[in-house]
Design a protein around this ligand. Structure first.
Ligand code: THU
Length: 140
């Protein structure tokens, strides 16, 4: 299979995230968000926010995309793109940055988009320089 170049993979991430955003279940906030992941092995997963009448148990788009990735046996995020409405660019919430960190590498990138396209790119380290990472909690 021919490898996709950087801009082709980013267009694919954008399309997948925008499509997932179109399916977001947001009857309470009215604020649809989509997320799409490219893994280190070159596969793609998408998610959207899913709200609930019990407000605190609603889930973010990033959490949905990560769950889809893990369910397919993948654990390493190369890029994650998050898309919300156009008025203001949104960043992942603190909890989602920690979720991304769990499945990150030193090169993991976060792409922030609006319906106009990709507007900003950051490394995870830029957005979460001191996330929780207690190696004592890990065991083989
Ligand atoms: N939301 C996300 O899906 N991802 C984020 O990074 C920020 C917020 C969702 C949660 C809720 O359904 C809606 O946006 C408004 O907060």
């Amino acid at each position: 299979m021919q490898e996709m170049n950087n801009s082709a993979t980013e267009s694919k991430l954008f399309e997948l995230a925008a499509s997932a955003r179109g399916k977001a279940y947001v009857p309470y906030s009215g604020f649809p968000v989509g997320a799409a992941i490219e893994t280190v092995s070159g596969n793609y997963y998408a998610g959207c926010n899913v709200e609930n009448v019990s407000y605190p148990i609603g889930t973010c788009a990033e959490a949905g995309a990560i769950a889809a990735m893990v369910a397919c046996g993948e654990l390493k995020i190369k890029k994650i793109l998050i898309i919300a409405g156009g008025k203001e660019l949104i960043a992942p919430c603190g909890a989602c940055l920690q979720r991304i960190k769990e499945f990150s590498t030193d090169e993991t990138e976060i792409l922030l988009a609006t319906p106009r396209g990709i507007e900003k790119k950051f490394s995870l380290a830029q957005m979460l320089p001191f996330g929780f990472n207690n190696s004592e909690l890990k065991h083989d």
